[in-house]
Design a protein around this ligand. Structure first.
Ligand code: GLC
Length: 471
């Protein structure tokens, strides 16, 4: 069995969010079960070709985008563990610039639809010409949502699977833009209630198998939570082929025992290094070195649905209770402004780093006591999984993958703190409970032990994907 895995971002080469982490680790986990796994992704201008030994291959070709004949060439790298090949599609007109989806000011590129139409046409070209052997084409999110349909029209003997990482982003395109796609696709497209087309919904309609990144999120989508009526009809139509498989994590890259970015290493049997990391983190963040103060970490895109309106309102009262906070992330200017102001009000207790900073992300996971992740909804979430592994107790809303992966604390069970319904008072109560247990000492140690013994490696989930490929 030969798998082709198409994704708009792949860690460590290009990363805007969790999709990259999955595309950078699931293929490796699948490798032992199949003949070959080939990842395909665009060669963005910002990718460091030298560092990853990305080199040109003899494969090249051209595709027709509307009336334009556009050439491409295929570059290749081998994954760090040698298990998989990563193919990078080079076309400087579309990808030879900095930024994955957006300009430096955060505005999406005006030609994003064209860019990902083109990417998909190239994937199809590579498969249909036999340059890349494929029995299964695994598509991810709307950037690759039209591939199952395009394959259908070509009657290729390739099975398609489409994974939804976030239902929020549809990749809408207009009736005029259809002219850029092969003519045979047009009769198969379905117009939405907004009078346009949705690459995400096309992926759902035309794939042989549809998955999302946790069983909980699958149930929420089928129940229509945060889903409009039109989309719901289309999801429900594929219900028999729709399931949720929880994401795994790269347990080498996120390992408290071997983390390349943290100054101290630790394990479930020897937590000394965790305390040292906490001290290092406090110093790095410019907070007072009060080791007994409970330290909340947060790594997140700064958007409303990650719970920042609640957090912003609760910061002052929890600082009064002695807590400290470290935030890392970028996004909404309004939220970064609020966090910056909170940092100015409490320079010894609140730190905020605006941006994307991989080493700091690891140190926050390793050095914090608790991880704050009160997302309104969350398809899977990965940071709560990294947190559990580092004994950093997650505080989450019971939704999607958060509900599936964090067990609520009781005196003798549980791995974190879980609140519902989605209400600021519930979050407040839960954070207060977390502080109480934190100060109790022995209960906290037991909680950390349980959290750190959870296994979120890809193994189980990769097997579930493999089973679906074989159906
Ligand atoms: C998206 C989702 C996140 C998920 C990730 C990887 O970023 O928002 O919950 O973990 O994709 O599947």
């Amino acid at each position: 069995m030969n798998i082709v895995f198409a994704s708009a971002e792949v860690a460590p080469y290009s990363k805007a969010g969790g999709l990259a982490d999955v595309a950078g680790s699931l293929p490796q986990a699948l490798a032992p079960y199949v003949n070959s796994v080939q990842v395909l992704t665009p060669l963005y201008g910002q990718i460091d070709q030298k560092k990853y030994d990305i080199h040109a291959t003899t494969s090249s070709g051209e595709v027709l985008l509307g009336d334009d004949v556009i050439p491409y060439s295929l570059y290749q790298a081998t994954a760090a563990d040698q298990s998989t090949q990563i193919g990078f599609i080079r076309c400087d007109r579309f990808f030879g610039r900095d930024g994955i989806y957006t300009e430096s000011d955060g505005e999406g590129f005006a030609d994003n639809n064209l860019r990902y139409f083109f990417f998909q046409l190239v994937v199809l070209d590579l498969i249909s010409t036999g340059s890349i052997p494929a029995d299964i084409l695994h598509c991810n999110d709307h950037h690759t949502g039209l591939l199952p349909l395009m394959m259908k029209t070509m009657q290729l003997k390739v099975k398609s699977i489409f994974t939804i990482h976030n239902f929020l982003y549809h990749g809408h395109f207009s009736a005029e833009e259809i002219a850029l796609l092969p003519g045979s696709t047009k009769p198969l497209l379905t117009i939405t209630q907004w009078d346009n087309y949705s690459a995400l919904l096309e992926g759902i309609d035309h794939s042989d198998i549809v998955t999302t990144v946790s069983p909980g999120y699958a149930l929420e989508l089928l129940a229509g939570l945060n889903v409009d009526q039109h989309s719901l009809t289309r999801i429900q139509a594929v219900k028999p082929n729709f399931s949720g498989i929880v994401n795994g994590i790269d347990t080498e890259y996120w390992s408290p025992e071997r983390d390349q970015y943290t100054p101290f290493h630790f394990s479930i049997d020897d937590l000394d290094g965790k305390r040292k990391n906490k001290a290092a983190l406090l110093t790095k963040a410019g907070l007072s070195p009060d080791m007994d103060a409970p330290l909340f970490g947060s790594i997140s895109r700064l958007v409303e649905n990650k719970g920042f309106p609640f957090i912003n309102k609760l910061l002052d009262e929890f600082v009064d209770l002695g807590a400290k906070f470290i935030f890392l992330g970028s996004g909404s200017p309004e939220i970064s402004d609020q966090l910056r102001k909170a940092g100015k009000r409490h320079p010894q207790h609140i730190a905020f780093d605006d941006g994307f900073n991989e080493p700091l992300a690891h140190l926050i996971e390793a050095g914090s006591d608790m991880f704050l992740m009160p997302s309104r909804f969350e398809p899977c979430g990965l940071n709560q999984l990294y947190s559990l592994r580092y004994g950093t107790i997650p505080i989450v809303h019971r939704t999607g993958g958060l509900g599936d992966t964090v067990d609520p604390w009781t005196p003798d069970s549980g791995t974190g703190f879980v609140f519902e319904p989605y209400d600021i008072n519930e979050l407040r109560k839960t954070m207060n409970l977390a502080l109480k247990i934190y100060y109790s000492g022995s209960d906290w140690a037991a909680l950390m032990q349980r959290a750190m013994s959870m296994d979120f490696s890809w193994d189980q989930s990769a097997k579930q994907y493999f089973r679906l490929y074989n159906l």
